[in-house]
Design a protein around this ligand. Structure first.
Ligand code: PLP
Ligand code: FES
Length: 401
């Protein structure tokens, strides 16, 4: 059975050109880029080129790029660095809808005495900039806000936010893991100080990332040791990975104009599902959104049941809920939007890529209404919100005991 992969916000297929670019560095060119000899030096040149390719994607300078092992490392480094260079400040501002790579670090910092403000979002997943402004104090070391949300695709107005942050003199970090390659980014004349990207969301392999560090912004490395990355990230460089990230960034830039096609497919999928499936709704703002993502709530059924049914047809999507990990709590992002429980539990994210085809969308449009109809027929509640809720609450209470 062929797979229809609509889970590209989770991870992406490696572009064959990326694989081709990295392979020689896993075989014959195994030198250490820091070595004095020509054999190592030629590898160093490729690392330099990759740095320029990543910089081009971000509209940055090559010297502002630090290679990391993943988006999580970039995010952790940014937060820890901003605190380390401002030891007299102990406040962080972030949002309720960040990725765990930010939220878990913030929770840890709270347990170590730091103060964290988690900004709320409205029912379309948008921030209130007045709330942001009111949260900032002279003691705010860092504001860390994602460019675009991984679950809903909602995009935050980063430059507007940045102007507010800069007025208060805090460091501004942006998790752009989901934005890079999907919308244009330009760090030149930007208010962003630090920005994270991750390779595996960009058609490069997993376990690669980069942190943009604006020239002049004070920085403290997370990993200390050798002098690699000009002292900003110790550890012998993952040369094949860095070359892959460089190539993937170059390709992402050339494919950016084609994102329009992905958006058309996404819109067709969304409109088709909403028009054929009653009691369904899009979660998150309709236009301030990544072109490849749609998160749809199908009321009165379980997201996991939909995913399992889709899986039988080889269709990969995801739900934000953590049911599979033994918790019945639905996604923290959708909860932050204040959606009713009947929507929260039946929400599915479809995320497309440049490899998504018209035929694949047609197939999902044929299959999804059948799945939802079948599951709803099995559900004793169908459109009875009250009893459905009671049943859910019982299940949650049972799971907690
Ligand atoms: C918004 C966001 N930030 C950070 C990450 C973490 O990136 P990585 O998997 O490379 O550590 C992800 C990946 O799911 C993400 O979606
Ligand atoms: S989606 Fe599984 S309990 Fe709600």
């Amino acid at each position: 059975m062929s797979v229809i992969y609509l889970d590209n916000n989770a991870t992406t297929k490696v572009d064959p050109l990326v694989l081709e670019a990295m392979l020689p560095f896993l075989t014959e060119y195994y030198g250490n880029p820091s070595s004095m000899h020509t054999f190592g030096g030629q590898v160093g040149k490729e690392v330099k080129q990759a740095r320029e390719q990543v910089a081009a994607l971000l509209g940055a300078e090559a010297t502002e790029i630090v290679f990391t092992s993943c988006g999580t490392e970039g995010n952790n480094t940014a937060i820890r660095s901003a605190l380390a260079v401002q030891p007299n400040k102990n406040h962080i501002v972030t949002t309720e809808v960040e990725h765990a790579a930010i939220l878990s670090q913030c929770k840890l910092l709270e347990s170590q005495g730091y103060k964290v403000t988690y900004l709320s979002v409205n029912n379309q997943g948008q921030l209130d900039l007045d709330e942001l402004e009111a949260s900032l104090t002279g003691g705010t070391a860092l504001v860390s806000i994602m460019y675009a949300n991984n679950e809903t695709g909602v995009i935050f107005p980063i430059e507007q936010i940045g102007h507010i942050v800069k007025e208060k003199g805090a460091i501004f970090h942006v998790d752009a893991v989901q934005a890079a390659g999907k919308i244009p980014l330009n760090m030149k004349n930007s208010t962003v100080d630090l920005l994270t990207i991750s390779g595996h969301k960009l058609h490069a392999p997993k376990g690669l990332g980069a942190l943009y560090v604006r020239k002049g912004v004070r920085f403290r490395p997370l990993l200390v040791g050798g002098h690699q990355e000009r002292g900003r990230r110790a550890g012998t460089e993952n040369v094949p990975g860095i070359v892959a990230l460089g190539k993937a960034s170059e390709l992402a830039l050339t494919h950016l104009p084609e994102v329009k096609k992905e958006k058309q497919l996404r819109d067709r999928l969304e409109k088709g599902l909403l028009s054929t499936i009653p009691n369904s709704q899009v979660n998150g703002h309709l236009t301030q959104r990544l072109p490849n993502t749609t998160n749809i709530g199908f009321k009165y059924i379980e997201g996991e049941a939909i995913l399992l049914s889709l899986d039988q047809y080889g269709i990969c999507a995801s739900s934000g809920s953590a049911c599979t990990s033994g918790s019945l709590e639905p996604s923290h992002v959708l909860r932050a939007l204040g959606l009713p429980y009947s929507v929260l539990h039946g929400s599915i994210r479809f995320s497309l890529s440049r490899y998504t085809t018209d035929e694949e969308i047609d197939r999902v449009l044929t299959i999804m209404p059948q799945i939802v109809e079948r599951l709803r027929a099995l559900s004793p509640f169908q459109s009875d919100e009250e009893s459905w809720l009671q049943e859910q609450e019982k299940a949650v209470a049972l799971a907690k005991n």
